[in-house]
Write a protein that binds this ligand. Structure first.
Ligand code: FAD
Ligand code: SIN
Length: 533
């Protein structure tokens, strides 16, 4: 058992930013950062295009960035939150630059600013096509210099501890549910431990792994959302899953798909269908740089019409030097599989990429559970509405981790230690006889989500998905009740919960808006609302 003032779950941009600021402000208090893998295995590390920020007020304005975010969000953004993120963003970006992150510059020393879908101006700061890697590096270096931050890697957080674990009956209607810390599976000792904390911050990232094809790494299993839901916290807008239009298509490849950043289209890459036709002009006047929901649906439609598994991204017209200067990683990756971008088009297809919904928070990153904060991709702050504007998530993570820090720093002096919490109860469980059952259920879940809850949905598909998820849920709960826990089983359980929340949200939304497109309700409903579960 450990007791700590500040417990941060997750070591991506959100968790590390929070930890750094808090540790700096309270040198005599300990901050624990806990991760289920290595410290740098995060969605953050894979971010390519960059961070959207207004830092050239001569050619850009807050109003334009706000407007672009609201348009992409399709009527569901919280305008106040959009203003907060856009206006506080530049200061947060300056901080990470001070901590050592390098963004590409022109010869005159000004920043290079890229363009991506839905942006009316070029405002994406980037580090070639590996921006996330650079930001994660800078953050980890800064954190390493902070003596009062302790990293505990390879520890899988299972559940948030609340009054439920003291024997009280907790429901969604219970006021003042409180977080006392977490139960974790230490993957090195295989023991379940208690970590008690005054403040707990969930920065657990996305959930792309619930789909068969995703740009997300294997850690992205929606654990934070699932555990908050189990603890009776509020979850919002889960139906808005963003599919990135251009993941590299590799026949037969499994797991994480390599991303071809939208910045390639920002620099002039053209999408072409099976017949070589530049098809985006049929769908939107902004063509290849329309917001992501529109481009992903257009590609889906072209693929379905032609009965093929990908379209093409044409970069053959780029001067080689220009391409390799901005996109060295993509160039190398393509070359490694026999695609010379100067001669061949790149096969691309949409892949699950980002969860716009998540743990519902207020303007200070507070969840509906007391002393539990959420920031980064696992949170639903109100910024993205029905569709996230490209490169807004790194910015949101920095702005909201800062706000979580401010709020929790103000409160920490008044927070009491947790009451006595019982140890994890593993009575009646034994080693599962067949781990393969877990793997098979995971495959089924990913199949169901991809086939029935993808880019284009309808009621019959959603009903089918729910029936299949119900069965998977029942079988997995039986396994959970009788087996000693493993990370595979815990992730499966979390992913089924997240899948359920996506389908439930999608079922409630009787309209098509942003990323949620249901052919049974092709227009907007009169009721503009967030769906809170
Ligand atoms: P993450 O960086 O995903 O970190 C999650 C952390 O939580 C990890 O440390 C993990 O170990 C930990 N964790 C999760 N569950 C548990 C558990 N049960 N127990 C213990 N630890 C746990 N956004 C942009 O703005 N611009 C871009 O250019 C961009 N490009 C992208 C490219 C790709 C390929 C991908 C996948 C995403 C991209 N995004 C981009 C989105 C952006 O990278 C993510 O939304 C953001 O990095 C999420 O950061 P985070 O801190 O919330 O979570
Ligand atoms: C990309 O580089 O295309 C991804 C940007 C994002 O997800 O915001």
């Amino acid at each position: 058992m450990r007791e700590v003032d500040f417990l941060v779950i997750g070591s991506g941009i959100a968790g590390l930013t929070y930890a750094l600021k808090t540790a700096n402000r309270f040198p005599d208090r300990k901050v624990i950062v806990m991760t289920k893998a290595t410290a740098d295995e995060t969605n953050t590390k894979y971010a390519q295009g960059g961070i959207a920020v207004v830092n050239d007020l001569e050619n850009d304005s807050y109003e334009k960035h706000i407007e672009d975010t609201l348009i992409a969000g399709d009527g569901l953004c919280n305008t106040r939150v959009v203003e907060i993120v856009v206006k506080e963003g530049p200061e947060r970006v300056n901080e990470i630059i001070e901590w050592g992150a390098q963004f590409d510059k022109e010869d005159d020393g000004d920043y290079k600013r890229g363009k991506e879908g839905g942006h009316s101006e070029s405002r994406i700061l980037h580090h070639k096509d590996v921006t996330g890697r650079e930001m994660e590096r800078a953050l980890l270096d800064a954190v390493a210099a902070q003596k009062n931050i302790e990293f505990i890697n390879h520890c899988f957080v299972i559940d948030i501890i609340t009054q439920h674990h003291l024997g009280y009956l907790i429901s969604k209607a219970t006021p003042d549910v409180e977080c006392y810390g977490v139960y974790v599976l230490n993957l090195e000792t295989n023991r379940i431990e208690k970590i008690l904390s005054k403040v707990t911050v969930l920065a657990t990232g996305g959930n792309g792994q619930i789909y068969r094809t995703t740009t997300n790494p294997s850690i992205a299993t929606g654990d934070g959302v699932a555990m908050t839901y189990r603890a009776k916290g509020r979850i919002e807008n889960m139906e808005f899953i963003q599919f990135h239009p251009t993941a590299l298509y590799e026949a037969g490849a499994k797991g994480q798909a390599f991303l071809i950043t939208e910045a390639v289209r920002g620099d002039g890459g053209i999408l072409r269908n099976k017949n070589g036709e530049a098809f985006m002009e049929k769908y939107d006047p902004r063509k290849d740089l329309a917001p992501r929901d529109i481009v992903a649906r257009a590609i889906d439609s072209e693929m379905k019409k032609a009965g093929v598994e990908h379209v093409w991204l044409d970069c053959r017209h780029f001067p080689l030097e220009e391409f390799t200067e901005h996109f060295p990683n993509i160039y190398e990756k393509c070359l490694s599989i026999g695609i010379d971008i100067t001669k061949h088009m790149i096969p691309v297809a949409p892949a699950a990429h980002y969860s716009c919904g998540g743990i519902k928070t207020d303007e200070w990153g507070r969840s509906s559970i007391r002393n539990l904060y959420a920031c980064g991709e696992c949170a639903s702050t109100g910024l993205h509405g029905a569709n996230r504007l490209a490169s807004n998530s790194l910015l949101e993570a920095m702005v909201f981790s800062h706000r979580c820090y401010l709020d929790s720093a103000e409160k920490i002096g008044q927070l009491k230690s947790a009451p006595e919490i019982p140890d994890w109860n593993a009575r009646g469980t034994s080693e599962p006889k067949e781990m393969i059952l877990i793997t098979q259920s995971l495959k089924e879940l990913q199949q169901v989500m991809s086939d029935y809850v993808g880019i284009v949905r309808n009621d019959i598909r959603l009903q089918r998905a729910m029936r299949r998820l119900d069965l998977l849920w029942e079988e997995t709960e039986q396994l959970y009740e009788s087996s000693t826990v493993s990370p595979q089983l815990l992730e499966l359980r979390n992913m089924i919960t997240v899948g359920y929340l996506v389908v439930k949200g999608a079922g409630f939304r009787k309209e098509s808006r942003g990323l949620h497109y249901n052919t049974d309700y092709p227009g907007y409903s009169d009721l503009v609302q967030n769906i809170v579960l």
